[in-house]
Design a protein around this ligand. Structure first.
Ligand SMILES: C=C(O[C@@H]1C=C(C(=O)O)C=C[C@H]1O)C(=O)O
Length: 190
């Protein structure tokens, strides 16, 4: 398999395109805020910020955020932890050309969930979810492995969603980690 294909994932508009096991599929198709659902499936939820800085967007996300070729972006990567257990590795990019008026809260998020700023802002519109199977050579798995170690499964399942606000675009990619399928709804979950 060409290395290029390892670096890039094939993003499908329909969940059937990734043939995910039922338990993972249920999480991949979560509508609304993933944060909200994870909070309802844990006693203690935490956004662990790994880094937030400028960088180059990944080869398979440039076009999705409106760039002709990979260019400079503001990049944020976090682990979402339920009761201490990492269940999602999330990677968010905003084109560096975006202005503070496009995403006024993005740079100062810290360990607050990005979802809390996206789902309650009437100016934000949300695109369609896309789904992918990502494998060992994909940069997102390399980064997750650098933080978590292990990550030896042959395939991981990911989704991504494009958000727009004023003239800005923001792409959130979520890689689901195996422990997510062990989460059970807590008493608060309706
Ligand atoms: C988009 C959401 O925000 C979550 C929080 C993120 C963050 O804080 O960086 C990233 C991905 C999301 O899973 C959500 O809650 O659905």
């Amino acid at each position: 398999m060409r290395s290029g294909s390892l670096r890039r994932a094939t993003w499908h508009r329909h969940i059937n395109g990734v043939a995910a096991p039922a338990a993972v599929r249920d999480w991949l198709v979560t509508q609304g805020s993933l944060t909200a659902r994870l909070v309802a499936h844990s006693e203690a939820f935490r956004v662990q910020r790994l880094h937030q800085s400028s960088g180059l967007c990944l080869a398979d996300e440039a076009r999705a955020i409106g760039m002709q070729r990979p260019g400079r972006v503001w990049e944020r990567e976090v682990l979402l932890r339920c009761d201490g257990v990492p269940v999602v590795f999330a990677h968010t990019v905003v084109p560096a050309a975006s202005t503070a008026s496009d995403w006024p809260l993005f740079s100062a998020l810290g360990e607050r969930s990005l979802g809390s700023t996206l789902f309650y802002d009437p100016l934000v519109t949300r695109g369609e979810l896309e789904f992918a199977r990502i494998r060992a050579g994909h940069p997102l798995l390399k980064r997750a492995r650098a933080v978590l170690g292990g990550m030896d499964d042959p395939v991981y399942y990911a989704r991504r969603c494009l958000y727009r606000r004023r003239n800005g675009t923001l792409l959130v990619t979520e890689v689901f980690l195996p422990p997510v399928t062990s989460l059970a709804p807590t008493k608060h979950y309706k």
